[in-house]
Write a protein that binds this ligand. Structure first.
Ligand SMILES: NC(=O)c1ccc[n+]([C@@H]2O[C@H](COP(=O)([O-])OP(=O)(O)OC[C@H]3O[C@@H](n4cnc5c(N)ncnc54)[C@H](OP(=O)(O)O)[C@@H]3O)[C@@H](O)[C@H]2O)c1
Length: 229
């Protein structure tokens, strides 16, 4: 049975990824900050629900130590926004974004893809795939007009982590990909966003099914099309 590890699996895109992976028969290890409060996730009955705060290295290590065996698919999905950290858009442009907030977002949204992946590296092997849920805002092309430096910088870091992981893990046969999941109707995306969690998760998972090692290091949209860096 193939093991799929998903972070931020208690709501939004992560919850729907967990639902679809469980439906297709994966052995799902679902990570979230507060398993006791993850009611919707518990109802899906994943094989394991483990606590993880992706911004805390000790928490990441405890999480990975509790996962046994080969991991076929790791989805680094957990992420946050300036709103969640108590800031408004007019406080976070390149001319005024607080440095501490910007570094927090980079740690949680960007570097976590490196810390989580390397903590599981001895359980990733030939045929494994790592999917980093980034954002189009991390693209130099799209992000230049988005006046939220912490979020844009954090996803640009995730994109760099993606290509560096792809280079480092190629010899082990592990393919790494960054996905823009679309503008998705979640707490983060808001109710007027373009697509549903079902469409986003279905696109990501079907794209991953045919994703090959030769494509490792790609930046894709949820529908499998190539996103510009
Ligand atoms: N929705 C969109 O339009 C959109 C667009 C582009 C990219 N994305 C990306 O897609 C991913 C999922 O977003 P979403 O729309 O599903 O957002 P969401 O509904 O706000 O869910 C975010 C998830 O990440 C978890 N999380 C936040 N900080 C965490 C931390 N430090 N440690 C562990 N888990 C943490 C949250 O857990 P708690 O419940 O504990 O907070 C929640 O499970 C994110 O990486 C986001 O940046 C979303």
């Amino acid at each position: 049975m193939s093991t799929t590890v998903i972070t931020g699996a208690n709501r939004g895109i992560g919850l729907e990824l967990a639902r679809q992976c469980i439906q297709r028969g994966d052995n799902v290890v679902a990570g979230c900050r507060k398993p006791d409060e993850a009611q919707e996730l518990k109802e899906l009955k994943p094989n394991l629900i483990l606590p993880i705060d992706v911004g805390d290295e000790n928490s990441v290590l405890s999480f990975s130590e509790a996962i046994d065996g080969h991991v076929n698919l790791l989805i680094n999905n957990a992420g946050t926004s300036i709103t969640n950290l108590g800031f408004a858009r007019d406080e976070v442009g390149v001319m005024n974004a607080p440095v501490a907030l910007t570094l927090d977002l980079i740690r949680i949204n960007g570097l976590s893809a490196a810390t989580v992946t390397r903590s599981l590296s001895d359980r990733l092997g030939s045929g494994s795939k790592v999917a980093n849920i980034t954002s189009q805002i991390g693209s130099m092309v799209v992000g230049s007009n988005f006046n939220d430096l912490p979020y844009a910088a954090s996803k640009a870091v995730m994109n760099m982590v993606t290509v560096q992981l792809a280079a480092q893990l190629e010899a082990s046969g592990v393919a790494v990909v960054a996905f823009h999941p679309g503008w998705v109707r979640t707490d983060m995306g808001g109710s007027s966003a373009d697509i549903s969690v079902e469409e986003s998760a279905q696109g990501i998972l079907s794209t991953l099914e045919t994703f090959q090692l030769e494509q490792s290091g790609a930046f894709l949209r949820w529908d499998g099309s190539i996103h510009p860096w």
